[in-house]
Design a protein around this ligand. Structure first.
Ligand SMILES: O=C(CO)COP(=O)(O)O
Length: 254
């Protein structure tokens, strides 16, 4: 398999220093498949990034949950991509549906951020996904294609991009997409990449699933041919995150 299994933990806006230390200790003690089999990236709130980076085992990586759309300057409250690089953080989540919905981030704005972050040397987890309303009126593929197109229009190189398909109706709801629903959208996204970017990008870009992933449902989802890993929210704050990391073995046939 040319696409290495990827498991991201999105801690969202959660945690105290003590809780973060506990979580990192739990992760450091976990026995998981090797780095060759699975890439693990945990995403803490900005204020804990250095703490996590300093304490976390070296085979796991750290991501920010957002960054500013261009170089730093007079942008009160923002964090620039080069600041993250300066801290030794090499990943960033961009375009999460919570930011799209609550902070009105548009497809173009997200795509500008992706493009800028890549030029600064960050690797990007770019999130796409439809709302329940959009799914119900049958526009799921159109919506995720438009979100992906905005990015494709601005970047030349997809090597450092992971696409996270996160149906909004499945996030934090306990209502996980069925393996067939996830596979359908992942396959369509891959087709879209093949037709609109290149066969090589379609073949090598990891498309991961997010939305109520837990220890109980991860194996069946991981068994889908176009599901290359997960972006985990709530369960990434719990010991079951380790079980989700281990679902890489489903993919790798162990
Ligand atoms: O938004 C998510 C990950 O980015 C998914 O969140 P939950 O796993 O809590 O549904």
């Amino acid at each position: 398999m040319s696409r290495k299994f990827f498991v991201g933990g999105n801690w969202k806006c959660n945690g105290t220093t003590e809780e973060v230390k506990k979580l990192v200790t739990m992760l450091n003690e976990a026995e998981v498949p090797s780095e060759e089999e699975v890439e693990v990236v945990v995403s803490s709130p900005f204020v804990f990034l250095t703490l996590v980076k300093n304490l976390l085992r070296p085979d796991f990586h750290v991501a920010a949950q957002n960054c500013w759309v261009r170089k730093g300057g007079a942008f009160t409250g923002e964090i620039s991509a080069d600041m993250l690089v300066n801290l030794g953080i090499n990943w960033v989540i961009l375009g999460h549906s919570e930011r799209r919905a609550l902070l009105n981030e548009t497809n173009d704005f997200v795509a500008d951020k992706v493009s800028h972050a890549l030029t600064q040397g960050l690797k990007v987890i770019a999130c796409v996904g439809e709302t329940l309303e959009q799914r119900e009126v049958g526009t799921t593929i159109e919506v995720v294609a438009a979100q992906t197109k905005a990015i494709a229009d601005r970047i030349m190189n997809w090597d450092n991009v992971v696409v996270a398909y996160e149906p909004v109706w499945a996030i934090g709801t306990g209502k996980v997409a069925t393996p067939a629903q996830a596979q359908e959208v992942h396959l369509e996204l891959r087709k879209w990449l093949k037709e609109n970017v290149s066969a090589q990008v379609a073949e090598t870009t990891r498309i991961i699933y997010g939305g109520s992933v837990n220890a109980g449902n991860c194996k069946e989802l991981a068994g889908q041919p176009d599901v290359d890993g997960f972006l985990v929210g709530g369960a990434s704050l719990k010991p079951e995150f380790v079980d989700i990391i281990k679902s890489a073995t489903v993919k790798n046939g162990a």
